[in-house]
Write a protein that binds this ligand. Structure first.
Ligand code: SAJ
Length: 430
């Protein structure tokens, strides 16, 4: 299928009831925004706590502005949540697609969702996969449903009753989800053009960006490529940070200067790359064609090695101190969010604690009252404390996340302490 741009005047959506399967970081915002447009939205989640929270108009995680949208949609009766799969005109699948130890995608949640949908789907329905997935997953999801429902077909021109399948990858940035859901362009890939057009009709109810239509495998790959592009570029910055450190050069000043060139735009180094997207998706490309993904694989390895460099720096800083106190500032995978999935900060704290049993690691949190994640809570030498107390008690302060809240730390609080600033947060300009 050639790529084409959807013309919103062309196909008004015939969908009035939507089931959004998976009420996580993407599913819940999508559900809330569709409900805000007056559609009847039923959120489906296997977690009873999530279902209860949504039905009470609450959001079980932090994302700016999402709370207002969910509370409004629930109070107007447009959004409800339940554990079982309902009948609907359209199904949007936004379940996790984690990767296994061998870095291949685990599609068990997509397949579970597909089996539940198969029991409820009716002729003419639309099924959209939003989850980031390896090429071929939309086809596989359709096959799971169609194997269970031989009365239905996805093919144009079939004698059997038609159902429509499309992939519509999300591309929103955590922390800006409610803005980018509306303003970003969308790529929609259908198993048929009719399916892509129907999905575009639904998304055009809230998406103000352009909607680009293509086939499902290209849409799946486009999403992976966007994140791999970013990963490769961050790896370049991280590699520079290690080289610069060895040469005694301030990497942030170096990058600022190089970026004055009109065709150079180096990203920022950090403690590593986290989150459920950039640290994961490139592996889906590598597993699709291992032999030819050398650059993509190496970038992943460079970024995954960065926490080790930070740990080595901290160890050097506290060398000779019998029982050092280390303040670790921030655990999230990036600034101003509370999401710790795949976070290099968590890995750094965990490995520092395990490798230095005599050290005490005080995690200064920017979100007061936040509990330690499961990876850290069993460790006896890690505790979560108020940021200022962590800094005051520390021999070494390692800044892991550039949360705005840490701006309140004054230079005199850091005086006399070893400071490892993995984000260039306290850097002076070139
Ligand atoms: N990071 C750096 N240096 C940088 C930029 C980022 O070290 O210069 C690190 C961050 O600290 C973080 C990680 O990279 O650990 C990822 O952060 P991010 O802000 O670059 O991206 P995500 O993971 O929050 O969201 C990405 C976005 N993809 C792209 O920008 C291509 C978003 O648009 C996607 O929707 C999202 O992945 C997703 O869900 O796939």
């Amino acid at each position: 299928m050639n790529t084409q741009t959807f013309n919103p005047g062309e196909a008004a959506t015939e969908v009035s009831t939507v089931a959004v399967v998976g009420l996580g970081y993407i599913g819940l915002p999508t559900a809330a925004i569709l409900a805000g447009k007056g559609l009847h939205v039923i959120g489906v989640d296997v977690n009873p706590d999530t279902v209860q929270a949504v039905n009470e108009g609450r959001v079980p995680f932090i994302e700016p502005d999402l709370g207002v949208h969910v509370a409004g949609a629930v109070s107007q009766g447009h959004l409800t949540a339940q554990e079982s799969m309902p009948e609907a005109d359209a199904y949007i699948v936004a379940v996790p697609t984690p990767f296994r130890d061998d870095k291949t995608a685990d599609l068990v949640y997509v397949e579970q969702a597909a089996r539940s949908i198969a029991a409820r789907i009716r002729p003419g329905n639309l099924v959209i996969l939003e989850s980031t997935s390896p090429p071929g997953t939309t086809r596989r999801m359709a096959d799971v449903i169609l194997d269970l429902r031989p009365d239905l077909s996805a093919a144009a021109g079939s004698d059997r009753d038609r159902v429509l399948f499309a992939h519509c990858p999300e591309r929103v940035l955590p922390g800006r989800i409610m803005i980018e859901l509306v303003t970003n362009d969308r790529i929609i890939g259908g198993l048929t053009l009719e399916a892509a057009t129907a999905a575009a009709g639904l998304y055009s109810t809230f998406c103000q960006g352009r909607i680009h239509l293509t086939d499902a495998a290209t849409a799946e790959m486009a999403k992976l490529v966007e994140n791999a592009y970013r990963d490769v570029n961050i790896a370049f910055a991280n590699e520079l940070s290690v080289i610069s450190g060895n040469l005694g050069i301030d990497v942030w000043n170096l990058i600022e200067l190089a970026n004055y060139h009109p065709r150079v735009n180096i990203l920022q180094p950090g403690p590593g790359v986290g989150g459920h997207c950039i640290a994961v998706d490139p592996w889906f490309i590598v597993s699709a064609d291992p032999e030819n993904s050398r650059l993509i694989r190496t970038a992943r390895e460079v970024n995954d090695a960065k926490p080790g460099h930070v740990i080595a720096e901290v160890k050097t800083a506290v060398e000779g101190i019998e029982a050092p106190v280390i303040a670790a500032l921030g655990l999230a995978f990036k600034a101003n969010i509370d999401d710790t999935r795949e976070s290099p900060a968590v890995e750094i704290v965990r490995r520092l604690a395990l490798e230095n049993p005599r050290a005490r690691i005080l995690v200064g949190r920017s979100f007061p009252g936040a509990k330690l994640p499961d990876e850290l809570s069993p460790l006896p030498n890690v505790s979560s404390v108020v940021t200022n107390d962590a800094v005051a008690a520390a021999d070494a302060v390692v800044l892991l996340v550039d949360h705005d809240a840490f701006r309140e730390i004054r230079p005199e609080q850091l005086a006399g302490k070893a400071v490892i600033d993995t984000r260039g947060f306290w850097r002076t300009t070139a």
